[in-house]
Design a binder for this molecule. Sequence first.
Ligand code: TYM
Length: 338
Amino acid sequence: MRIVSGIQPTGNLHLGNYLGAIRNWVKMQDDVAANGGQSLYFLADLHAISMPHVPADLAANTREMVAALVACGIDPDKSILFNQAQVPQHAELQWLLNGTARMGWLNRMTQWKDKAGKNREGASIALFTYPVLQAADVLLYQATHVPVGEDQKQHLELARDIAQKFNNDFASEDAPVFTLPDPIIPPEAARIMSLRDGSAKMSKSDPSDMSRINLTDEADTIMQKVKKAKTDPEPLPSDKDGLAGRPEAANLVGIYAALSGTTVEAVLGEFGGEGFGKFKPALGELLVTKLAPINTRFIALKDDTAALDAILRAGAAKARALAMPTLDSTYAALGLVR
Ligand code: TYM
């Protein structure tokens, strides 16, 4: 079993990242270590330059994200933790896969359509070829499983399509160059929505900080954000069907269920019939209790630049070594003389 996943260091780690992905990273890190497998988690800093960015912020956010991931429980002794920019094999493999990926496949990517909007002519080429780099990220290590939130599912399907076409075109059936990776998407928190709008996902790029819970938020801020979260005037229903057409209520109940490790049905069993005046403080307190230890660890780590850089350097060295065999066989399969 080989687990690979990444996150863009473009701002704070938020609750969506945590419940949708990072919590699973931590869980799987121990599972794979117990089974003699390997987990690799990286900061997708090369992906971060596909949108306009401030270089000094990217550098600061990269280190801050390492501190946040370690605070969440990623252990650099158990997992390989690194950033793409220190493992040039990612960009190299992307170029080799560009010959296999099709324009039509990339044109269908919803993230490309959303982020480019109407201004496709003005979008960066990196934004368009972003999913090919993402495919390279996982194929480079022969990943078997990729823990992600729901929004990355389409990108992973594309990675499988690229791997399959490459294997078909350039490898023999009994010796494929790439492993086809399976996404691992959590059942209860695959898509955490904005606190201000139940139809938009919680995101680092939302200009309103009130729309998300950051893992670095203080207790007061968390309570305030939950209190101000958009809801409707109805009490909570006693079964899941009653949440239909109530996206904000469904989101808050889903967050409660995911954080407390139970199901939406169980949460409604407890709070069904209650108004938000009772549910919101309970949710706020649950968030504070679960996030406080992460926050404390984060504060202790975040300013030790030397230690954070050392983690990335050591992780990158291990990642480069693991990446080389696949990269070599890709060059060879394509007939490139080196
Ligand atoms: P990114 O940085 O947007 O998000 C990191 C992880 O958090 C999940 N996530 C969410 N899950 C539930 N609800 C939300 N509101 C929410 N917002 C984010 C994402 O699904 C993701 O798992 N392109 C990727 C980074 C990447 C990557 C990869 C991932 C680059 N290469 C290879 C996996 C494998 C991204 O921008 O994620």
